[in-house]
Design a protein around this ligand. Sequence first.
Ligand SMILES: Nc1ncnc2c1ncn2[C@@H]1O[C@H](COP(=O)(O)OP(=O)(O)O)[C@@H](O)[C@H]1O
Ligand SMILES: [Mg+2]
Length: 450
Amino acid sequence: MTTFDKILPCVTELLHAHRGTVDLLDWLLINRDLNGRVRLIVPEAIETEEAIRSQMGVFAESLAEQLGAHSHPAKAAILYEASRELASQGATSHSLEGFGHVWLADRLATEGNWAQIAPETEGRRRVVFFSIKGGVGRSTALAATAWTLAQAGKRVLVLDLDLESPGLSSSLLPPERQPAFGITDWLVEDLVDNADEVFESMIATSDLSHDGEIYVAPAHGADPGEYVSKLGRVWMPKAEANGSLESWSARLQRLLTKLEARVQPDVVLIDSRAGIDEVASTCVTDLGANLVLLFALEGSQTWNGYQVLFEHWRRARVAEAMRERLKVVAALVPEIDRVAYLEGLREHAYEIFVESLYDEIAPPSTDAIGPAPNDNRRWQVRQIVEGWNFDEADEGAPHSPWSVHWHRSFAGLRSLQGRLAVIDAQEVKAIFGPLIEGISGILDSENVDV
Ligand SMILES: Nc1ncnc2c1ncn2[C@@H]1O[C@H](COP(=O)(O)OP(=O)(O)O)[C@@H](O)[C@H]1O
Ligand SMILES: [Mg+2]
């Protein structure tokens, strides 16, 4: 019996078997519909070309035979369309390995396809805090990062996009400073062209910083109101005057651009949702992030989750667009046996980066790379010289973690806001040092380039 995961291997095998015919087509689209059933879409010019048409008919018969329930019946398995763009509308599509003109159009019931990667934003530094599992100290680390960067005089914009379990804003703002509205309100009001009503009242500044400023856009306002009802609508695409639809992630990007224009931040810190989730997909792939932090506890649950994601990027052929922005963060590093713990974590991270994201080229010797062990952007040089690969021990590599230490003063805190109000630079450095130094390093090195 053929199940979902056999679809692509089967299709690829058939493409090889029918290569002679397939290569006669300008393009071929493998359409995998919402139910996971496959059809072939070919250029409409083929309809009148009897020879190719009948050969494609043979292809469709083998397809139906091999895919069983995952193919439309052979007679209905071929559609004709004027162009590939028209045929792939509304789907994520990418070309298949070994066949530059054969595309997979994958139609999902959710918008979070994880495979359309927006180019990095220029000028602004957008940093996304992501984790495959929740409860790893991600929001806390984000708050500590915001605190430190602001102390160093930076203007920091913080977005709480963990909409289903918000909380970041309360760690940066005491109750009396919470703004009246949040991101959810803006997204809902935008649907009825009423977003300007809430825009000026959805950002608050934190009183934790002394030199720079921390601007916080919370998930909801001081009074969440009918939060569940609003949350159920934020994903709505918006109908535009010309009849086209603006996706919810495009709306969110519009909000982010507006917030940046208003606040003029040096850096934007985005708290994403955890897991392979629709909002997380938007944060990681659609917002033009310059750096995506992958928070990780050592353990097979973490690496299995990241492996699924990395493999998806590899198959969708977007690994190159994603991998340069990634950096693993070792979360809640235990007090005991730290070195051994971090070594284990780095080793397991390396395994999945090598398997899915790094190029298959032998790593260069350390001498060939040159000095500067603390330069986080070193991999860009290597990319040109040697292909995209690293030594396991290379601290500048995306798999090599920046760490955040577990510390009892943060465990089971009642009020993170209260904790941050009395924290000092020494303590922050001891717990969050490598993470914050890493982020600062990237901000500074990018500024030099600008
Ligand atoms: N460095 C740390 N050391 C010890 N406990 C921490 C640390 N960071 C966060 N915590 C605690 O872990 C829990 C989850 O933290 P949180 O930042 O909300 O995680 P996440 O955003 O990943 O869900 C909270 O109780 C928090 O106080
Ligand atoms: Mg959180």
